[in-house]
Write a protein that binds this ligand. Structure first.
Ligand SMILES: Cc1cc2nc3c(=O)[nH]c(=O)nc-3n(C[C@H](O)[C@H](O)[C@H](O)COP(=O)(O)OP(=O)(O)OC[C@H]3O[C@@H](n4cnc5c(N)ncnc54)[C@H](O)[C@@H]3O)c2cc1C
Length: 247
């Protein structure tokens, strides 16, 4: 990725302040475009602010104000994040939630909350009797009067999510070519180094160690074979790219 035309070296098209879940999600989205992006944080790692300390709830948005922007975003965000988590290995669990009424006033409010959920497009919500609550959660303290079950509420790992976003947004900058920025981008060497990704090498090393333990073999030869194969593929890719552009 290069900086904006005419800008001093090191300049970026976009600067994102804050590497929490929001900043890293923006970086991941923008990384799909031909932009140079820098994420700046006062801390030394991603997700060290509010992101790391939240309750980890992946919320359906059933109780948001119907018709509000929050309601729309919660519904869409919940579906998108659940799908992304499943694909990218972020720990996520559909635990379901129970909304418990402990007073008569709270019990009288339940039908209104249920109606609100339906207006928000969430129709899986259902009333639960006191007996039903204790059946679902035997450790519930005494005195529950009635409740609502929201089967699609869940929990999601607050740490892995920004890490996954950050990792994906950097996938173009973890290759060996970033260590030699003075190389001509169209040269064979730049393309070769650009095809070798450090994170992929780290994964291969972990895999080689795992295979060594599993099959009781020495890690060195397994890792060397994998690296040799990877290097051969990188050479072929670089050669094809160089040949196809005639440089
Ligand atoms: C107690 C609690 C429970 C919550 N529970 C949930 C939940 O269950 N489910 C849910 O979805 N949401 C929950 N939230 C909300 C959610 O955690 C936040 O909306 C989310 O983490 C905000 O992410 P962020 O990236 O905007 O902020 P942050 O994670 O705070 O990131 C901001 C980053 O910006 C950096 N920064 C700030 N100022 C500067 C500066 N001037 N220069 C450089 N860097 C700077 C900080 O170091 C920080 O890393 C909860 C929030 C709280 C407080």
């Amino acid at each position: 990725m290069t900086g904006p035309a005419g800008a001093p070296p090191g300049a970026a098209d976009v600067a994102i302040i804050g590497a929490g879940v929001v900043g890293t999600a923006i970086a991941r989205e923008l990384a799909r475009y031909d932009l140079s992006i820098v994420v700046v944080d006062a801390a030394t790692d991603v997700g060290t602010g509010t992101t790391k300390a939240n309750t980890a709830i992946l919320h359906t948005g059933f109780d948001a104000v119907p018709g509000s922007l929050e309601s729309r975003l919660l519904r869409r965000g919940s579906a998108l994040l659940r799908d992304y988590a499943t694909r990218s290995g972020i720990p996520v669990e559909r635990t379901g939630a129970l909304l418990v009424a402990w007073t008569d006033e709270q019990r009288r409010a339940l039908p209104e909350i249920e109606e609100k959920a339906r207006q928000n497009g969430y129709t899986a919500i259902r009333p639960v009797s006191a007996a039903g609550l204790y059946q679902r959660e035997p450790h519930l303290g005494p005195g529950a009067l009635a409740g609502l079950e929201i089967p699609d509420e869940g929990v999601i790992c607050p740490w892995t999510t920004p890490l996954a976003y950050a990792r994906e947004s950097m996938s173009g900058t973890t290759n060996l070519a970033v260590f030699l920025p003075f190389l001509d981008d169209s040269s064979f060497l730049a393309r070769l180094l650009g095809s070798i990704d450090l994170i992929f090498i780290w994964w291969m090393l972990s895999l080689a160690i795992g295979l060594g333990v599993l099959y009781r073999k020495r890690t060195g030869p397994i890792a060397t074979t994998m690296f040799a194969l990877y290097a051969a593929i990188a050479v072929i890719i670089a050669a094809i790219k160089t040949a196809s552009t005639g440089v």
